[in-house]
Design a protein. Structure first.
Length: 539
């Protein structure tokens, strides 16, 4: 009886609270949002500088097949433009031409009826003008632009994408646009932007931080040995710091080539902006997360022993599309048993899953913004005592982490709160013998920003209002671990998306059951997908 009432309440609740998911909106955010982002970037730029950004390449899958186009998030954030082969210029100080003054130019590809018949409509210059730019110009004119880039104190760039294909029939595709800019700024052949970033840091470091920078560089070179071949990097590392810091030596072109382009600042400014979400962004992320959370809850009802990882992945993704999300925001992670212990497992090819936990880390991307939600459930609907004990530790760790996800706190406070619970729990169960080895079973960070990217840019300083971050502790005990074999192949991650508010936080993914009892109850409910029977295909 109680169970029946529970079912009814849950169904009515679902109907009332998820109706908003059905409505389809027009794509994206207002022009004002993107304009404000450009103005905020300009405010941070140094005097007499220009930012030059390129759209993402169209990526080849194989032969004549291409991946569906995904705009570069920074580019989209600043423009609202979602087509390839485009350049954005933002000037710190206004310029003048015969039409008046302007401080930005968007270069876009032209319309092309033949290509549009095969690959879909292009917005063209007219469409771009509707975005509200000072100047919209055909990309064909980029090479003829007669700016003297040497007159700018700084040309701010993101590292050039290297997987850009030259389309022979187009003399102003992204490949050409990049090369045209390289010519204009005297970009040396074969230059490594990574090394150049370090030059910028070396050039601008003050005496107090020089030793620290040297240590960061040494640490970086452990994994990126190739940069040690660079003479300037070698000198900075090997020379006495005090001696090196003498202005005349450091600034001499013998050490630092005198280029005016910079690959550091743009990332820094855009990180400052993107880590705090606007009201409109929050609305879209809220929707992406809700779709994902409802997906988790519906999949809990629909999964059955014997299903494959891929099938379960498909159920989530079908639900995303039903609610208008174009696709997932990152490759879906659906891993059962041993596979639940592989942190970014995306093979998802295990069939006939039985009596095991299945870890489902998926996020719908809705109008460019992605969720990142994980639930771990027993495929047969009942946790074993061992599975439940590990689940409970992760659940309590997550509760402690969410409690710390508050304005003014630090990201490390979130991590430390979760770690304390995980450590105590694993020691108590005798799985962990030495606290020093916690990372064996508790290997990853527990919080990151989400937004246009699943791992959105962030400074990871104090937590502030209108950040949206994950809290995602996980314990993974692969086969062969140094503990009783009854714990093997148990991997549990619970991940929620948390909006930081003025007074605390809001769990945007709360619609996905999280307590083990509620998961079991939800899994016992009927699903509309129970009736989705397909014919057998033998051969
Ligand atoms: N889905 C990747 C992550 O949780 O960070
Ligand atoms: Mn995550
Ligand atoms: Mn995740």
């Amino acid at each position: 009886m109680i169970t029946k009432i529970f079912y009814k309440v849950l169904i009515i609740y679902s109907l009332i609270f998820h109706l908003d998911l059905i409505a389809q909106d027009k794509y994206g955010i207002s022009n004002e949002f993107h304009l404000k982002n450009r103005n905020n970037l300009r405010d941070q730029m140094p005097e007499n500088s220009v930012s030059v950004l390129f759209s993402n390449p169209v990526r080849n899958r194989s032969n004549d097949v291409y991946y569906s186009y995904h705009p570069d998030p920074n580019y989209y954030y600043l423009t609202g433009w979602r087509e390839p082969h485009s350049v954005l210029m933002i000037f710190k100080n206004s310029l003048k031409d015969s039409l008046g003054s302007y401080d930005e130019i968007l270069f876009v590809r032209e319309r092309n009826p033949y290509d549009e018949q095969w690959n879909g409509k292009r917005k063209g210059l007219e469409g771009a003008k509707k975005l509200g730019f000072d100047r919209v110009i055909s990309k064909k004119s980029f090479s003829q632009m007669n700016f003297n880039f040497e007159t700018f104190d700084k040309v701010l760039l993101n590292p050039f994408q290297t997987d850009v294909k030259d389309i022979i029939s187009d003399e102003s595709d992204l490949f050409d646009l990049q090369n045209q800019l390289k010519g204009k700024i005297n970009y040396p052949d074969g230059y490594d932007p990574e090394i150049f970033k370090w030059y910028n840091r070396i050039e601008s470091v003050n005496n107090k931080d020089a030793e620290k920078l040297k240590n960061q560089l040494r640490f970086y070179t452990k994994r990126n040995k190739h940069i040690l071949n660079d003479k300037i990097i070698q000198k900075f590392i090997s020379m006495d710091t005090e001696e090196f810091m003498k202005e005349t030596i450091r600034k001499s072109s013998y050490f630092i080539p005198d280029f005016n382009f910079n690959f550091d600042l743009l990332t820094k400014y855009l990180t400052n902006q993107r880590e705090i979400k606007s009201t409109e962004e929050i609305d879209l992320i809220r929707k992406a997360v809700k779709i994902s959370a409802v997906g988790q809850s519906e999949v809990m009802k629909a999964v059955k022993s014997g299903m494959s990882e891929r099938e379960i992945q498909g159920l989530h993704q079908y639900i995303y599309k039903r609610y208008g999300a174009a696709h997932e925001g990152y490759p879906s992670i659906v891993g059962a048993g041993e596979n639940s212990c592989i942190l970014h497992y995306i093979t998802n090819d295990k069939t006939n899953v039985k009596n095991q936990l299945i870890l489902m880390d998926l996020g719908a991307e809705y109008q460019g913004y992605t969720a990142d939600v994980t639930r771990t459930i027993p495929i047969n609907g009942r946790f074993t005592p061992e599975q439940r004990q590990i689940y409970e530790i992760v659940y309590k760790a997550q509760e402690a982490g969410i409690e710390m996800a508050k304005k003014g706190n630090s990201f490390s406070q979130i991590y430390e709160a979760t770690k304390k619970v995980a450590l105590e729990g694993l020691m108590e169960l005798g799985i962990l013998k030495d606290p020093k080895n916690l990372r064996t079973y508790y290997p990853h960070g527990v919080a990151h920003h989400i937004g246009l990217d699943v791992h959105d840019p962030g400074n990871y300083g104090p937590i502030s209002e209108n950040m949206i971050i994950t809290v995602e502790p996980g314990i993974y005990i692969p086969e062969g671990s140094d503990c009783d074999s009854k714990w093997w192949s148990i991997g549990v991650r619970i991940e929620d998306d948390i909006l930081i508010t003025n007074s605390g936080n809001e769990n945007l993914s709360k619609f996905a059951p999280r307590k083990w009892k509620l998961i079991e109850k939800t899994m016992s409910l009927k699903s509309p997908l129970d009736k989705f029977n397909l014919p057998d295909i033998v051969n």
